[in-house]
Design a protein around this ligand. Sequence first.
Ligand SMILES: [Zn+2]
Length: 289
Amino acid sequence: MNLKAFPAMVLILVAASSSRADLTVASLSTVTTDLACNVGGMHVKVTAIIRPGIDPHEFEPTTGDVRRVADADLVLYTGKGIEGFLAKLREAAGTKARFVDVGTSIPSLSMTEEGHKVEDPHWWHSVENMKRATRTVADAFGKEDPANAASYEKNAETYLASLDELQRWIRVKLAELPRSKRKLVTSHDALQYFARDYGFTINPVKGISTGEEPSSKHVKEVIGVIHDQDVKAVFLESIENPRAVEQISLETGAKTGGILYSDGLGETEASSYDSMMRHNVSTIVDGLK
Ligand SMILES: [Zn+2]
């Protein structure tokens, strides 16, 4: 870059960001925050309600969160039942803002929680699902702010191309891991969509939500699977208490293969959707091969 041109560019960026955004969006997931920034570009101000490191299964909005949601033109959430606080938050905010279920066009996988069949909410671990979500967000922004609809559409196309590039990278990286070694043991059942897309089997130590402790019977079953199938590594999750997985690692001799980001993005590492997926795939492949 030409150094002389640099200060001028900084001035332009400052001017753009200090003017009032056309659309204020509150985001209830770190994944939709990244997506909203990419699709919204300079026209959208994104307020992250659930930030990196916060467990979406157990989240309780503060009064500050309620105020920020009340101030937004649009509210994005990932859906499929993960936001148990949604109805209360909407009522407390008393807002007429449209709540957009970003997962709405994505076919659900199901899972069992405490004996009941429920939707699996962790759809973002599939790049194809993220592409559907990108179109949903671009449509919602265009409907709410028609003057900039073409810009949202263009940003979405750019982002979709980057997701295709990410998908190619994942397939190349996964080719290092034979099908027979694609077995995941993680601390809660968040990677079904990932497993479906890339041919893995999963043995979660817990069920769907992060709140419950695993039963000793279930831990024994997982240990049996690790022995029978010669699983090389078990994985921790960024938001989880590591105890159960560490105990299983100790009892089986399977190493702990590193940390996976399952319920959302990270703060420095894995802080974008793209880097989260690359981090998870690299950690899984390098741990299991
Ligand atoms: Zn989860």
